[in-house]
Design a protein around this ligand. Structure first.
Ligand code: FE2
Ligand code: FE2
Length: 333
């Protein structure tokens, strides 16, 4: 029988915070900043240790600089207290210029001449990071957390909500993976490289995921960590596990009433443990106090079939809208 020893290393993954400037709510009712504070309070209460905090995209709801400053104001004092590195990844609701300016201190590639890894807040960022040399380039990064390599891929395309990785990004990734890391590699990419039975999410997945599969197949990549779907889930790509973290902001109902598309007030995040040599991920729902802090106390699910909602829309109208906003061609075409 295998015994379970202490966790070798724990990372916390917080995805889809959808923060907005002070005084604003999303969907007219969710105070996402209060949810972030509630999650931070839970982590501060926990005995730890935490080696890293991974923020995996849609960190701001509309790319507002103030939203990124609010995020940093909560996460970085917490990380300092925990002794954890901080990793920021782009999502489709983020805006590269503001994201880079506010969360990466304006850094482009070390060769790009703006800032190098030494100047960044995260002590885990390596010199290999940040492909490109202009503020609009993808925010790809490499972090080293106690020998565990975290490679962040920016799967966004400005003006679009579906996911895509360019040939240049994939070539850069292949170069990084040529050299294995002491404890292996985790890929962080906002868009799940998986199909979905939810039609809107399927349209907005990472497109042409087989291109990524080809690059990570046979490498030291141990897991792919994603968000974007607003529900927890798992699958695999090239035989490598893929984790979809729950969203902090709200949950997209995966079993909605017929013909409906709806969001539910059930926030959550994930812990990623390297334990007994394996990578194990666990979803952590935010408890009632977090929802109360976000003004959602009375909106908690009341019982089977009676869940209160963040929104409830006609599924076909929603799909038509997403379809109209999503080009049928990939960004490469
Ligand atoms: Fe999101
Ligand atoms: Fe997203």
């Amino acid at each position: 029988m295998t015994t379970t020893g202490p966790a070798d290393l724990t990372l916390i993954q917080v995805s889809d915070t959808h923060l907005v400037p002070s005084g604003q709510l999303i969907h007219g009712r969710v105070d996402t900043f209060a949810l972030l504070e509630a999650a931070a309070a839970r982590l501060a209460d926990w005995a730890g240790p935490v080696a890293g905090i991974l923020l995996t995209g849609d960190l701001a709801n509309n790319g507002a600089p103030e939203a990124y400053r609010r995020l940093r104001g909560v996460i970085e004092p917490l990380a300092q207290r925990l002794g954890a590195a901080v990793v920021y990844a782009m999502g489709n609701h983020d805006e590269r210029t503001a994201f880079r300016a506010e969360l990466l201190d304006g850094a482009t590639s070390p060769g790009g001449g703006i800032l190098t890894g030494d100047s960044l807040t995260s002590n885990s960022l390596t010199g290999d990071s940040l492909t490109g040399s202009s503020p609009e380039d993808p925010c790809d990064q490499v972090h080293d957390i106690d020998g565990l390599r975290i490679i962040v891929l920016d799967s966004t395309t400005p003006g679009r909500h579906d996911g895509w990785l360019t040939d240049a990004q994939l070539a850069w990734l292949a170069d990084r993976l040529d050299e294995p890391a002491p404890r292996g590699t985790l890929i962080v990419v906002h868009h799940p490289p998986l199909p979905s039975r939810l039609p809107t999410l399927h349209l907005l997945r990472l497109r042409a995921a087989e291109r990524l599969a080809k690059v990570i197949d046979g490498t030291d990549v141990r897991m792919v960590l994603t968000g974007h779907a607003h529900h927890a889930g798992a699958g695999s790509l090239a035989g490598i596990p893929v984790w979809i973290s729950p969203a902090l902001a709200y949950h997209v109902d995966t079993l909605p009433p017929r013909g409906r598309h709806r969001g539910l007030p059930v926030g959550g995040f994930s812990r990623v443990d390297l334990v007994d040599g394996q990578v194990v991920v666990t979803a952590i729902p935010l408890d009632g106090s977090g929802l109360a802090a976000a003004g959602l106390d009375g909106a908690r699910p009341a019982g089977a079939g009676q869940a209160a909602e963040v929104y409830n829309r006609d599924a076909q109208e929603m799909l038509d809208y997403v379809r109209s906003a999503t080009p049928t061609t990939t960004p490469a075409e």
